[in-house]
Structure formats: C-alpha cells, structure tokens
Design a protein around this ligand. Structure first.
Ligand code: AMP
Ligand code: MG
Length: 393
C-alpha cells in the first residue's frame, strides 16, 4: 500500500498532455489554454463616456452654469467633435469623448433648455469618463498557458478581436463498470441485484472536468467479457474501470489487465474510502481501476483521476486541485483508522458539517454533500477549529 501523495505523483508522472488543437470560441469553454495570450488592444481602447449625458470641460462647470450644446456623439463612429469651456456635447454610454472634454455630466443632473443645458451639480475632471487602458494595458497577459477557459475569458479574448484559440487536446475516456449484481437503470431488478450507478457518476464527474466520454459499457465478472471491454476501452486516452479491483475471487480486473500486458504502477493506496485503487498503463492508455463502492469511486476519482484528466487536457499544476476554503468545523472528529479519511459534508455559513453515514457505500450522504475534509491518521479535530475543506460542488 502506498501513500496518497506518492500515488498522486506516480499518476501525474505517467500522464502527458494530449496535443493542442485550434478551436472556435464555441468549443473552447472548459478547455485549457495551450499558449499565452496578450492584449492587442488596451481596454477601453479610447476614452469614452460611462453615462448618457453631456461631455463638458470640468473647469468651466459649476452648479448653476449654463452651457451651449454644440453637437451629439453617440456610441459608434467617432465624429471628431471638439469643445471649449462653456460648451457641451450630448453624449451616450460608450461614445468616444470629444476632444477638449474631460468629464461627463449625467443627463439626470442637468436641465435642458432648448440648445443649452443648466448644470444642477458641480463637475470634477474625470467624472464618468472611462479612460483608455484603465482596465487593461496593451501587451498585458490576458490568459496564461494552462489556465481554464471560462465565459469571461472568452469575452476578454473576443474584446481583443480573437475568434478562435489554441487549447489542450480532446481527452477521450472510456468507462467500464464491472459486477454480476449490476443491472442497467430502467430494467427490472431481481432479488440480490442492484442498479448500476457508477457509470453515470463518472460521466458527470468527467463532464465537470470538461472532457468527453466516448463509451460507457457494463461487463460481467467474467474474464472473456472483461478482455473484450478492456481492449475496446484502451483505444482511448483513459480507461476507467469500476469494481472488481479488490481481493475477492470475483475481482478479476488486475489479473486481466496484466494478462493483456498492462504495467500496473499502483494497487492499493492509503486512502479512506478507496483503498483498492489501481493505476496502470497499456500501450498509450492510462488505466484507472476504481473500487465499486460509489463513495470510494467518487473520492478516488477526485484525488487521482481528476488531476490526471486535467493534466492531459493541458491544465497547469495550479488548476489540478479542487478549490479549497477554510471553514469552522461544526463537530469533533477523530480518525482512528490506518488511512487518511475523507469526510463528506457541507459548508454552510462558513461551517463544515459532516453529512450522512461515512461509509463507502453511502451514496445518499454523498449526494447531500458538497465538500470533503481530509483527516490524517491519528488526527483529532475539535468543533470550532478552523479546517481547510475541498469543495467539489
Ligand atoms: P467491488 O469493488 O466490485 O467489490 O464492489 C464493491 C461494492 O460496490 C459492491 O457492493 C458492489 O455491488 C458495489 N458496486 C460495484 N460497482 C457498482 C456500480 N457500477 N454501481 C453501483 N454499485 C456498484
Ligand atoms: Mg464487484
């Protein structure tokens, strides 16, 4: 049995990024940038009005002053207007500032009298003007290689005139669930059988990573079927097998993988739940064997598979871990087991509450949880203490 940290490093060492590709923005969301991007334009790229109102010369503007309106500038082509003290230009949000103007008065703060306005407020230089480059300077880095592409990232690149971008390659994943007791949801179950739920769990988790599941198939605890499923699965970058990785007579995954020439790098990790976790490689495919118990599959996915998938997608090291926040522990907790324990719970109003039964089959508790607290071997934590928890939802 190896430590969680060693397991994670071994997995990440074996994983390479899939070659980058060029995509339109419509396909870029959730991918990772495969190069650095720099601003071609400052933001804003010209001085413009932040309000509908009147562009003015602030030094000639005291409350009660009367100004002559000499023209109008709407958002769009710059009409190259110019004003002097005592004059105003009708202006709209986003419109370029006329030459000579250094402030905008909101239309709510003036009284219009024919082709003049009377100011109801004092005006300071810079009022309601968005200065060129105040948000972003030309040449500034807008997106780093390995950073996740979010909706605002795409908006920022679009604001620079880009239409497409280079992102990490499409990571193809296959899922194989194993177990004679499992029945496909929607079909009838007989006594002793249960519905197969790990495939949809993993599909959801992979979707959250931003990757595509190419196939999900179920397979009985039977060598020949498993060989077929593995052979199909390893056509992908990653194969995830659930169930059958433990030590029972029906746990055939490891032996079958070996018979197909797999190099098994990891089997059994000091983590609770999830001890039977397996990682190996066949040809170019990374193979993960996750325990069948749903919570074990979930935890080992988050700690080992997710970082591997993200690394393959081109994520930088800083993007591999789930976000962590501090919270006040609501109850006393102690880990008396021989492995670090991931406690499932919720963060509410800054407090972490364990939720449901903390056993590896307890899917309901997991479904009510949104965070994980890791408690090391022999560690005791008291209610009221500040702890760091991983958010997964
Ligand atoms: P195993 O790892 O194959 O020994 O399975 C451990 C436990 O997880 C058993 O109670 C299985 O019935 C259950 N299990 C295995 N695979 C699945 C699955 N795909 N969906 C739901 N439960 C499963
Ligand atoms: Mg099984």
């Amino acid at each position: 049995m190896i430590s969680e940290e060693d397991a994670r490093s071994k997995v990440l060492e074996a994983i390479q990024m899939v070659p980058a590709r060029h995509v339109l923005f419509s396909e870029a969301l959730g991918c990772f940038a495969a190069e650095d991007y720099f601003a071609r334009l400052p933001l804003p790229n010209f001085d413009n009005s932040a309000m509908d109102g009147y562009a003015v010369v602030a030094s000639s503007c005291r409350k009660g002053e009367r100004l002559r309106v000499i023209g109008e500038q709407s958002a769009g082509l710059d009409r190259q207007l110019r004003i002097s003290p005592g004059e105003a230009v009708r202006i709209f949000t986003g419109a370029p500032m006329p030459a000579g103007a250094d402030a905008v008065v909101m239309q709510e703060d003036v009284s219009r009298e024919g082709d003049a306005i009377v100011l109801n407020v004092d005006v300071d230089p810079g009022d309601f003007v968005r200065r060129r480059g105040c948000d972003l300077a030309e040449g500034q880095k807008v997106l780093a290689n390995g950073e996740r592409v979010r909706p605002a990232t795409i908006a920022l690149l679009a604001s620079q005139g880009f239409t497409d971008m280079t992102v990490g390659g499409d990571v193809k994943v296959a899922i194989v669930s194993t177990g004679d007791e499992l029945v496909k949801p929607g079909e009838k179950i007989k006594p002793g059988q249960i519905y197969e739920s790990n495939s949809v769990l993993l599909q959801g988790l992979l979707q959250r990573c931003g990757t595509s599941v190419k196939s999900a198939e179920h397979c009985r605890d039977e060598r020949e079927s498993l060989i077929g499923a593995i052979k199909r699965g390893i056509e992908n970058h990653i194969l995830i097998i659930t169930g059958g990785v433990s030590v029972g007579e029906h746990d055939l995954v490891q032996a079958t993988l070996r018979s197909l020439g797999a190099k098994i790098d990891i089997w059994r990790v000091a983590i609770k739940p999830g001890k039977p976790f397996l990682f190996g490689q066949i040809r170019k495919c990374a193979v993960f064997g996750l325990p069948g118990n749903p919570v074990s599959a979930f935890i080992t996915f988050l700690q080992f598979v997710r970082p591997a998938v993200l690394k393959m997608m081109g994520a930088s090291t800083g993007e591999l871990d789930p976000p962590k926040v501090s919270a006040e522990l609501a109850v006393d907790l102690r880990n008396e087991s021989d492995r670090p324990h991931y406690v499932r719970g919720r963060v509410e109003n800054g407090k972490f509450f364990p939720v449901g039964r903390q056993e590896s089959h307890a899917l309901f508790g997991l479904s009510q949880s949104s965070a994980l607290l890791r408690i090391g071997v022999g560690e005791a934590r008291s209610g009221g203490e500040s702890v760091g928890v991983q958010l997964f939802d």
